[in-house]
Design a protein around this ligand. Structure first.
Ligand SMILES: C[S@@+](CC[C@H](N)C(=O)[O-])C[C@H]1O[C@@H](n2cnc3c(N)ncnc32)[C@H](O)[C@@H]1O
Length: 224
């Protein structure tokens, strides 16, 4: 009797259980890819796990939900921030950039599978190249540049050049939002963006700071 029960065919898992399992394995695959990128290209990747919820929420909190212009994301990685941003701002067009070809390929596929291919454009290349294209093109200037690029690993000159390019492409009322895992780059950002807000985010692994830098002085933000 016992063995008959054990060998009885099991009912197929419910749809919600299958979806949960698929989401879990997708999540694990994204972490594994990022972890691998962090091991083999540590300087470029700047970490071994993608950003988590609290940091992402802090990064995108100042983008109005109804924003319908253009947003640029530098260093999209597995898309941890990209997907949340797309969900928060359904009317916005996002231009996401990722230099690591393996991460960019996966992200492109995941965006397409999520039906975001028409709203999120992926540039598989360097931020420097993308910013130069934007600077020389005729497209409207973005109001937000959001970045997770590990500036501290780039070297002083390259980091300065990148921050300067961000400032050039932003619209006059634009903001540059950048996270880092240390305060070492604060001075570099402040040299280009005197109006700067710095917020620590401790509920992330590893803990981070979010810089919100304003191209022109906003009400209530004094030069840092
Ligand atoms: C710290 S990770 C952040 C990834 C993702 N935004 C997140 O929050 O999980 C930095 C990402 O920037 C990418 N990256 C580094 N330098 C870059 C560059 N010059 N241009 C574009 N992407 C770059 C790395 O490959 C990596 O995916």
């Amino acid at each position: 009797m016992k063995s008959a029960l054990l060998s009885a065919p099991q009912p197929p898992p419910s749809r919600s259980r299958r979806l949960r399992r698929a989401a879990l394995s997708d999540f694990a695959a994204k972490y594994a890819r990022f972890f691998w990128a962090g091991l083999v290209k540590h300087g470029q990747t700047g970490g071994i796990v993608p950003s988590q919820r609290f940091l992402i929420e802090k990064m995108i909190a100042s983008v109005p939900e109804a924003y319908s212009g253009r947003l640029v994301e530098l260093g999209a990685g597995t898309g941890a921030l990209t997907f949340r941003l797309a969900a928060r701002c359904p009317a916005a067009r996002i231009l996401a950039c990722e230099i690591n070809p393996a991460l960019a390929r996966d992200l492109g596929r995941n965006l397409k599978n999520a039906g975001l291919g028409d709203r999120v454009e992926l540039f598989a290349g360097s931020a420097t190249q993308l910013l130069s294209n934007l600077d020389n093109g005729n497209a409207p200037r973005p109001d937000f540049v959001i970045s997770g690029i590990p500036l501290g690993n780039m070297g002083r000159e390259r980091a300065h050049a990148l921050i300067g390019s961000v400032r050039r492409v932003l619209s006059e009322k634009g903001r540059y939002i950048q996270f880092q895992h240390s305060l070492l780059d604060r001075k570099k950002i402040r040299m280009c963006f005197p109006h700067l807000r710095t917020t620590p985010v401790l509920l992330n692994f590893p803990p981070a700071v979010v810089y919100c830098a304003f191209k022109s002085a906003p009400a209530g933000v004094q030069p840092a």
